[in-house]
Ligand binder design. Structure first.
Ligand code: RRO
Length: 305
């Protein structure tokens, strides 16, 4: 159809998927609309062990900007295998399972276990959590470290591995090239930008996690710039994410060089946003003379490289 796109190992009804973290495991959204309409669904980054996350407060909202210091709160591999993935299996939507860990062995173990359920169709390798001391940015900021982890995770699964990059580096193209050479099937970018906010009365950081990750409309232009930079130097597909909150944002991200697009923070202000974007895309494509998303992706690829 006009909206369908192909990613390695995956055929999507449309290019829209909720971003990791902002959608949990789908529970808060399934009563609002049928999750089967989504191109895919990226669930919360999951670790081998249960994690409680950082101290409260973990979210700070200012308009369409959000700072979070969640700290990888999740029910662990066992909880996800026993409850979350079986719950999601009622929907006709491919799950892209986000995986995190503190060590290479952790990532490998979580990937192995989470690759088994029938509805998991790809692994999103999160090497970009800004809110944990161990297992966050240390895997995403050094090209050799990122490449080694990618290789080991690839060897642990038959599923395609999409690697999620951090914008908190001086040269994101070096990381992108390294993970591509290590066998990454696609790149997801960007995760949140490290930030902080302070309370005027207490003169203390607002977030319990002290620093946080910035997302929402204020990161869109950073994400677009980085997606274009990476699109110029890699051949694997890019899944674009960062500040996307409208149909036009989605099309702009594809023009930047993305094949598919994740919607993150915008789900908080409007839980229906993914559905509204999917339903509104064809009319806007008519206005812009875009025959199909696949054609636009191909056209942009030619222009960029
Ligand atoms: O849980 C988090 O604090 C978190 C993660 Br894993 C991530 O990848 N990005 C983010 O902004 N927060």
């Amino acid at each position: 159809s006009r909206l369908s796109v192909k990613l390695p190992g995956l055929e999507l009804k449309n290019p829209i998927m909720p971003a990791s973290g902002c959608f949990g495991y789908g529970e808060g959204f399934a009563d609002k609309y049928d999750l089967s309409i989504l191109g895919a669904l990226v669930d919360k980054s999951t670790t081998v062990e249960v994690r409680k996350g950082n101290p409260d407060p973990r979210y700070f909202h200012s308009g369409q900007r959000i700072l979070n210091s969640v700290g990888l709160k999740n029910p662990g591999v066992e909880g996800v295998l026993a409850e979350k993935l079986p719950y999601l299996a009622q929907f006709d939507v491919p799950i892209i399972q986000s995986v995190a860990g503190s060590t290479v062995e952790d990532y490998v173990e979580a990937t192995r276990a989470l690759s088994q359920p029938e509805n998991v169709k790809a692994i999103e390798l999160n090497i970009s959590c800004p809110n944990v001391k161990l297992g966050g940015l240390q895997f995403g900021t050094d090209p050799e470290v990122a490449a080694d982890l990618t290789k080991q995770v690839k060897a642990a699964t038959d599923l395609p591995v999409y690697v999620k990059l951090t914008p908190n580096v001086t040269d994101i193209t070096a990381i992108a090239k390294a993970v591509e050479a290590a066998g990454a099937d696609a790149i997801v970018m960007i995760n949140t930008i490290t930030g902080q906010t302070f309370d005027l009365e207490t003169r203390q950081p607002v977030l319990g996690g002290i620093t946080g990750g910035l997302s929402g409309s204020s990161v869109k232009y950073v994400a677009l710039r980085m997606v274009r930079q990476v699109a110029q130097v890699v051949d694997i597909p890019i899944i674009g994410v960062g500040g996307i909150e409208s149909i036009d944002d989605v099309l702009e991200m594809i023009i930047a060089g993305a094949t598919a697009v994740q919607v993150g923070s915008a789900n908080y202000a409007n839980p229906m946003i993914c559905k509204e974007i999917i339903e509104g895309l064809p009319a806007r494509m008519d206005e812009l003379n875009i025959e199909s998303i696949e054609k636009l992706v191909a056209e942009m690829k030619m222009m960029i490289k």
